[in-house]
Design a protein around this ligand. Structure first.
Ligand SMILES: [Zn+2]
Length: 363
C-alpha cells in the first residue's frame, strides 16, 4: 500500500521539484537562523514589493524570536503547472522559550535561478496602474471593489497633492494571522492594515464588508501617498494624522471622540511607539493624530501641507522600518514645519515642550 501511494505521488510530483522546493525552504529557514539577509532574499521570487516586504519581515524576525529557533517544513504540495506549485508550510519558532506554530499556504514558482517563494496570495485583479492581489477566491468581489475605491481615492488625493504613486498594489487577506505573519512576527494582533514605502497596501477584510474596505484602503493609500511625496521622511504622527484625516473624508465617517478626550500633544506623540501600545492606547494615539493633523489642515491648508511634504522629500531615504527611524523622521518633520513657518505655538494643544526642543540637528 505504501509503495503504491508513493509511486502515485511521485508520478504527480517530479522528485527533482520536491527536492528543490524543500531545499529552498531549508535555505530560507537557515538564513533566518544565521541572520543572512542576502541568502534569505535569494529565495524570493523577483517581485520588488514582495522583496521589500520580506526584507522588513526578516529584520524583524531575527531580532524578535529566540536565536536559531526558526523552522519551515513543507506539509503538502499542489502542482498547478510545471513551473508553479501551491504548498502548505508549517512554520515554528520560539519567543522567550514559548513555541509558536503557524500553518499557511503559499505559492512557489520556478525561475531560471530555481524554485522561489512567491508570496501567499494566489489571485489577482488588475486595472491600469492598480493591481489587487487576494488570498482566497471568496474575496473576488472585494478585489473588484478595491480597484474602484483605489481609483477614486488616488484621483481625489492626486487633485489635492498633484503628484501620486505611479503604481498601486494592494493585498487583501481573509485570515488575519496570514496578514500579520506576512508583515512581521512582532506586529500587534490589533493591526488590520499595513503600508510602508515601496511595499503593497495590506489589509485584512471579510468577504462582504464594504465599509471596512473603504476605510482601510483610504487610510493605507494615504500612507503610500505621503511616503511617496516625502521620500518616506514624514514623522509617524504626521503619517497617521494624514491617514486618519483622509480616511474620514473619503468614508464620510469621522472617528468617535469622547467629549472629555484629551488628545496627546505632538510632543507626546513623537515619544510614543504606536506598535508597542495596547489596543485602547493605540486608539487614543490614532484619534490624537487625527485631531492634530486636522488642526494643521484647517489653519494652514492643503497647499501649504503639500509644500511641507515636498520639502521633506529633500532628505535621503532611510531604508528601515518606520518605527526604527521614528527619531530621525520626527527631527526632519520638525525642521520642515519650522522652515515653512508652521509654528506649533499657534496651536493651543501643542505643548511648550515641543517648542523648547533644542535638538535641531537634523538627519
Ligand atoms: Zn496608519
Amino acid at each position: 500500500m505504501l509503495t503504491i501511494f508513493l509511486s502515485c505521488w511521485l508520478a504527480f510530483f517530479p522528485v527533482s521539484d520536491i527536492n528543490e522546493i524543500q531545499s529552498m525552504f531549508y535555505t530560507k529557514q537557515q538564513s533566518v537562523n544565521k541572520n543572512d539577509v542576502s541568502r534569505f532574499l535569494s529565495t524570493l521570487y523577483p517581485d520588488e514589493h514582495y522583496k521589500q516586504e520580506q526584507k522588513r519581515w526578516f529584520l524583524d524576525a531575527v531580532s524578535f524570536i529566540d536565536p536559531k529557533s526558526f523552522q519551515m517544513k513543507v506539509k503538502s504540495y499542489q502542482m498547478i503547472s510545471s513551473n508553479y506549485y501551491q504548498v502548505v508550510i508549517t512554520q515554528t519558532y520560539r519567543k522567550k522559550n514559548i513555541p509558536y506554530t503557524f500553518t499557511y499556504r503559499t505559492e512557489v514558482r520556478k525561475t531560471k535561478q530555481g524554485w522561489k517563494d512567491a508570496d501567499s496570495l494566489g489571485y489577482t485583479r488588475k486595472k491600469g496602474a492598480i493591481t489587487v492581489k487576494y488570498s482566497d477566491p471568496i474575496l473576488l468581489l472585494q478585489a473588484e471593489r478595491a480597484i474602484s475605491i483605489l481609483l477614486h481615492v488616488s484621483e481625489m488625493l492626486g487633485d489635492k497633492y498633484v503628484q501620486r504613486p505611479k503604481v498601486i498594489e494592494a493585498k487583501l487577506y481573509y485570515n488575519p494571522e496570514v496578514f500579520r505573519q506576512s508583515v512581521k512576527l512582532s506586529l500587534p494582533t490589533w493591526a488590520g492594515g499595513w503600508n510602508e514605502a515601496r511595499q503593497s497596501i495590506k489589509l485584512v477584510i471579510g468577504k462582504s464588508d464594504l465599509s471596512s474596505l473603504t476605510h482601510g484602503l483610504a487610510h493605507e493609500y494615504t500612507h503610500q501617498l505621503i511616503s511617496y511625496l516625502t521620500n518616506d521622511n514624514a514623522a509617524y504622527w504626521l503619517q497617521e494624522g494624514a491617514a486618519m484625516y483622509y480616511e474620514a473624508l473619503i468614508s464620510k465617517e469621522t472617528p468617535h471622540i469622547d467629549r472629555d478626550f484629551q488628545p496627546y500633544t505632538i510632543s507626546q506623540l513623537e515619544r510614543l511607539n504606536l506598535e508597542e501600545l495596547s489596543d485602547e492606547k493605540a486608539s487614543d494615539y490614532y484619534v490624537s493624530c487625527y485631531i492634530q493633523f486636522k488642526k494643521l489642515i484647517h489653519q494652514y491648508g492643503e497647499q501649504k501641507l503639500g509644500n511641507v511634504f515636498r520639502h521633506l522629500h529633500r532628505y535621503p531615504y532611510i531604508d528601515v522600518d518606520s518605527a526604527i527611524k521614528q527619531k530621525q523622521t520626527n527631527q526632519r518633520t520638525f525642521h520642515i514645519l519650522q522652515e515653512n513657518n508652521i509654528l506649533p505655538n499657534q496651536l493651543h494643544s501643542i505643548s511648550d515642550a515641543y517648542l523648547k526642543k533644542t535638538n535641531k540637528n537634523i538627519l
